[in-house]
Design a protein around this ligand. Structure first.
Ligand SMILES: [Zn+2]
Ligand SMILES: [Zn+2]
Length: 298
């Protein structure tokens, strides 16, 4: 496919920084790819030349391991991941397994759609796993949270946004997207929460999030990598609070979310960079220099 746009995700930083085990080397990062089909291999049905498709993080699954058979292909024992163990979208063209490509239709710009393919999809899976509680905390208000906040609001929930302490710009951004409350991650929310999703890669947020949820509440860690979680008193877990991680996505997650996204009217906030500015985009992501998501355009 010819790449039209590719989002820049926190996971790309982990790949570039060598924080994830056994990457393919050399690797072309990028797993939020929007592009058009330029050639089709033998045995591919249901896709057409010129069609706009999205390529997500999940690039291949084995289809035969226990996890695949149990409809949890996100946990597959022999997976391939776009931009990590197979080449991704920081490129002018890329090759994908057609079975893991999502038709995107023609509504929405390439740049606006790109962040939906990981920030949106992983955010969606995290939101589903967080349960149906009305009061939802989001720790780290970047690309994923800025989409999840819009979905949660559409579902009639109240969003409590936690940013780096003192990051009043990110807090204002969260309020503009409908957050009921926004503050520093070192603060407690004004009322106890039903669930919290941690998008930031900071392990010390785990005990804080457990403290912020009430009995029976859930804390979902949405990142692929996190700094060590400090020890904490068992009383923070007591009361049937649940602490879980979210790993990858299934194709069903993608279909569910991409079907819903146009109805929700999600507006992604993006900063575009040309392909040869990829390293600057990664540096700006690391430093938190933009709101929403960075997108590379070749
Ligand atoms: Zn498998
Ligand atoms: Zn990602």
């Amino acid at each position: 496919m010819k790449v039209a746009a590719c989002g820049v995700c926190r996971t790309d930083l982990h790949v570039v920084d060598g924080e994830l085990p056994d990457p393919m080397v050399p690797i072309t990062p990028g797993h939020e790819i929007v592009g058009r089909i330029d050639a089709i291999g033998a045995g591919v049905d249901g896709l057409n030349l010129g069609e706009r498709v999205g390529i997500p993080w999940l690039g291949h699954t084995c289809g035969t391991c226990g996890y695949c058979v149990a409809h949890t292909e996100n946990l597959c024992d022999r997976p391939l991941f776009t931009g990590y163990t197979r080449d991704g979208g920081f490129a002018t063209a890329t090759i994908a397994d057609a079975r893991y490509a999502f038709p995107l239709g023609e509504v929405g710009t390439d740049v606006a759609l790109a962040p939906l393919l990981c920030a949106g999809l992983i955010g969606w899976r995290s939101l589903v796993i967080a349960g149906d509680g009305k009061k939802l905390g989001l720790y780290g208000f970047g690309a994923a949270a800025h989409i999840v906040a819009q979905v949660a609001k559409w579902q009639g929930r109240s969003v409590f946004a936690f940013t780096r302490p003192g990051d009043t710009a990110a807090q204002a951004f969260a309020r503009r997207l409908g957050a009921t409350w926004a503050g520093g991650s070192d603060e407690m929310p004004p009322e106890s929460l039903d669930a919290a999703i941690i998008f930031a890669t900071v392990g010390s947020l785990v005990p804080l999030a457990l403290k912020a949820v009430h009995k029976g509440g859930r804390v979902v860690c949405a990142g692929i990598h996190m700094s060590d979680i400090p020890s904490f008193p068992y009383s923070l877990m007591w009361g049937e609070r649940k602490l879980v991680s979210v790993a990858n996505l299934t194709r069903q997650d993608g279909m569910d979310f991409l079907r819903l996204a146009p109805r929700l009217g999600i507006i992604t906030t993006t900063t575009t960079y040309s392909l040869n500015q990829a390293n600057r985009a990664l540096a700006d992501l690391r430093a938190g220099r933009f709101e929403g998501a960075a997108v590379l355009v070749p």
